[in-house]
Design a protein around this ligand. Sequence first.
Ligand code: SAM
Length: 267
Amino acid sequence: MSATEAGQNTTGKKQSGRVLEGSNRPMSRWHTAQQYERRYWETLAAAIMEGRVKQLDWYQYRARQLAERLRASGLGGLAEGQARVVEVGAGPIGIINYFPAQERVAVDPLEEFYSSNAALTALRDDDVRFVKGTGEELPCETARYDLVILDNCIDHVRDVGGVMAEVMRVLRSGGVLHLRVNARTAWGFWVHRVLSALRIDAGHPHTFTPTRVERTLRTSGLEVLSFEVGSFSDAWWRDVRGPELKSRFKALLGVSHFLVAALARKP
Ligand SMILES: C[S@@+](CC[C@H](N)C(=O)[O-])C[C@H]1O[C@@H](n2cnc3c(N)ncnc32)[C@H](O)[C@@H]1O
């Protein structure tokens, strides 16, 4: 067990001389979330095997979206195949699988589980190095990477501040973080905190609002280059019209989530 797994080294961790308040969770809470996460992917793998769900090719769309976002921010050079890229919490495939780069590393604590399941990994590119690890303790060289991808992950980690400190460590000066996370309104934030604490939403130890996302980036010492916020009302209507009772319940409670996507540069 590593120091981070033992919960020893990132409590109140400083990054760039500052501390991200309330960003840490007990190890037991994180393990509960990871058990939930594993069950989710096991269910999906079974559905793929039975032909009810197609292969995980939607990562390709997300990789194209990221390349477009980089180009729109004048960072197109990062998408031309020469960059060194690491994706944190990549899941079974990751955006990185389809992102053109000179060096590609995908880090995830569930890597052993993912790699043991052919239904989840059939589309993997052999040129990507998939490694087991956590964002709080990245198995990556300091100041080596031009781009870090943190997509649909930061609300799943144990220690947000610890992960951000590691992102800062592995990025070179001038390197860029792409962060994408589901966010909620201020009301939705507090209701979701309760749902998360009661394990009604076991999978998400953390909750974000757009303001909290921006503060997390700035407090970590990053310069925000672009910041896109999805529509709460669109998310709410999607949940109202959703086929499942669960989504209508989310709308009723005001916890419908929308995407925040940011690009931020290490000075
Ligand atoms: C919702 S999944 C998303 C996976 C992938 N990014 C995607 O969008 O399909 C969240 C991922 O974050 C990973 N994760 C959880 N805690 C983490 C941590 N401390 N460091 C890095 N990854 C973590 C989980 O194992 C899981 O693969």
